[in-house]
Design a binder for this molecule. Structure first.
Ligand SMILES: Nc1nc2c(ncn2[C@@H]2O[C@H](COP(=O)(O)OP(=O)(O)OP(=O)(O)O)[C@@H](O)[C@H]2O)c(=O)[nH]1
Length: 213
């Protein structure tokens, strides 16, 4: 049977509770928007395959709980990610200030040196409630050397763009290894595949796998 993807890697969504991490993921994978806030418990993930420059990139996207009480669980996932979204809500100054905490948590957890990060200011459809100027987001992203996107899971603004950009960055960062192996998977990029095969996260649904490993 033809291989359904060339590389597989893991991205992680981090940020305060309520910034819209689950909604970003649901919009990207299923083109759905849920108006209610049902807090994620622990961690959850969904899969999607992208075509980047002719390479079939299968991404496993981990949605973490923003609530403090799940931090011990969610921190265990930081190290296994090749790409991280740091998400705040443009209508919440507090969630923006907390980005520094999320970023330093990632560094403390020894995320791989090659981990790629991008900054996302979500809910940009809510202009009348805006508390964080676009310029503030830009400045912070620059200070951290990250790309920056303002998104709306509600209107579908910049969703594909931000997910694709992070996938591209991860791909670029691992390109040398991929070239060396003639396009086959290296250990790090193959990690998620192994876990799937081993049934660490059980589900029959291809796009949505709920998991508390
Ligand atoms: N207007 C608007 N509302 C949004 C957007 N994204 C999410 N929301 C709303 O914000 C609330 C929280 O969204 P969630 O995706 O559940 O937030 P979360 O970051 O996953 O929260 P935790 O699981 O608790 O960490 C929900 O009521 C969503 O409908 C957006 O782009 N625009």
């Amino acid at each position: 049977m033809a291989k359904q993807y060339d590389v597989l890697f893991r991205l992680l969504l981090l940020g305060d509770s309520g910034v819209g991490k689950t909604c970003l993921l649901c919009r990207f994978t299923d083109n759905e928007f849920h108006p209610s806030h049902i807090s994620t418990i622990g961690v959850d993930f969904k899969m999607k395959t992208l075509d980047i420059d002719g390479i079939k990139v299968r991404i496993q996207i981990w949605d973490t709980a923003g609530q403090e009480r799940y931090q011990t669980i969610t921190k265990q996932y930081y190290r296994r990610a090749q790409g991280i979204f740091l998400v705040y809500d443009i209508t919440s100054e507090r969630s923006f200030q907390h980005i520094m905490k999320w970023a330093s948590d990632v560094d403390e957890q020894y995320a791989p040196e090659r981990v790629q990060k991008i900054l996302v200011g979500n809910k940009c459809d809510e202009q009348q409630k805006r508390q964080v100027a676009t310029e503030q987001g830009n400045t912070l992203a620059k200070a951290y050397g990250m790309d920056f996107f303002e998104t709306s899971a509600f209107t579908n603004h910049n969703i594909t763009e931000s997910f694709t950009r992070l996938a591209e960055l991860v791909l670029q960062a691992n390109k040398k290894d991929l070239d060396l192996l003639g396009g086959s998977l290296n250990d790090e990029l193959n990690l998620a595949a192994l876990e799937e095969q081993e049934g660490l996260c059980n589900s029959n649904d291809d796009t949505h796998k709920s998991c508390w490993c």
